[in-house]
Design a protein around this ligand. Structure first.
Ligand code: FAD
Length: 279
């Protein structure tokens, strides 16, 4: 399928849990494919908990004629299990990965043979050469477990050094955080593109819960406005569309190399954003 000629975009999904959900998601994907994404990615549950669902959706996307990227987390995994799962993806014709450390639910302990995502990237390059295009995660507002902002930038540099091709950021609502992060990363010698991850605002409660867990800051003025809308979903979405459109415009003028949309498995908000942005 042709890619969006105007500006590279990609869409992220999570695996559906039921046959009914999977059938509905086909319509969501078809609506989004019309925007000619560079690729569509599918998340991978902690400790491989969604592996079959992830791989099934990745395969469906490939069969629909769109490049799929499988997220892949290494926490708790052995080299042998990673090797055989990546071989499975290779056999499916998947050429893109989002290589992550991942998080295990509390109480699991770390375990496994990989400590950081950079170890996974190095392993993939050692085992599979240049077969996969490897994306990694980046955190303009700093990963919650990072020892310092500087240490987190060095973690991104280590992933680039190990062979990552590009990075996708955690979502954020502050364009300055992205601009500063990209400048600092470049000063550290990180030459790979850093694509902003964009979260449409669909549901205020869910967004606040995610943001608490991921360390992505919701600026006070946005949080207060969202709280003031209460259950008025239409107003939340209209306000969210304005805020996120403006953010994307700022990011494009800052020179962002593309946009990666966290679709939350829905098409409407992402399509509305693409319309506003002329994508
Ligand atoms: P790493 O890059 O390994 O970093 C983890 C922490 O370790 C950071 O605090 C970093 O600063 C620190 N660190 C790294 N290297 C070193 C070092 N050498 N010494 C000391 N400290 C170090 N999670 C999922 O479970 N499934 C998904 O599908 C998924 N998709 C994601 C997609 C994107 C675009 C993003 C941004 C995140 C995604 N996540 C996903 C969340 C991610 O798994 C978590 O944020 C996780 O806590 C960190 O993963 P990472 O790959 O960034 O880890």
């Amino acid at each position: 399928m042709a890619q969006n000629a105007s500006f590279p975009i990609s869409f992220e999904f999570f695996p559906t849990k039921t046959a009914e959900g999977a059938a509905k998601h086909v319509q969501v994907r078809q609506a989004l494919y019309a925007r000619q994404p560079e690729f569509c990615s599918v998340t991978y549950g902690a400790g491989g908990s969604t592996q079959s669902g992830t791989f099934a959706m990745v395969q469906a996307i490939q069969q629909e004629g769109v490049a799929a990227a499988s997220h892949f987390s290494c926490i708790g995994a052995t080299r042998q299990s990673v090797r055989s799962q990546l071989q499975q993806l290779k056999d499916m014709g998947v050429r893109r990965l989002v290589a992550l450390r991942g998080d295990l639910p509390s109480g699991y302990g770390l375990g496994g043979e990989f400590q950081y995502a950079s170890d996974l990237v190095a392993f993939i390059r050692a085992e599979f050469g240049d077969f996969f295009h490897i994306e990694v995660a980046a955190y303009p507002e700093v990963h919650p477990q990072a020892r310092s902002p500087e240490a987190d930038l060095r973690a991104l540099a280590a992933k680039a050094q190990a062979g990552a091709n590009s990075a996708i950021t955690q979502y954020f609502f502050n364009a300055d955080a992205y601009a500063r992060f990209v400048d600092d990363a470049q000063r550290l010698g990180v030459g790979i593109p850093v694509v902003p991850g964009i979260m449409p605002i669909l549901n205020a409660t869910q967004l606040m819960r995610f943001s608490d867990a991921t360390g992505a800051e919701i600026p006070r003025w946005i949080r207060l406005r969202l709280q003031a809308f209460g259950d008025d979903t239409a107003s939340i979405r209209a306000f969210g569309l304005d805020v996120v459109t403006r953010l994307c415009e700022q990011l494009r003028s800052l020179g962002a190399p593309g946009l990666h949309f966290y679709t939350m498995n829905q098409s409407t908000a992402t399509l509305a954003l693409c319309d506003r942005l002329g994508l």
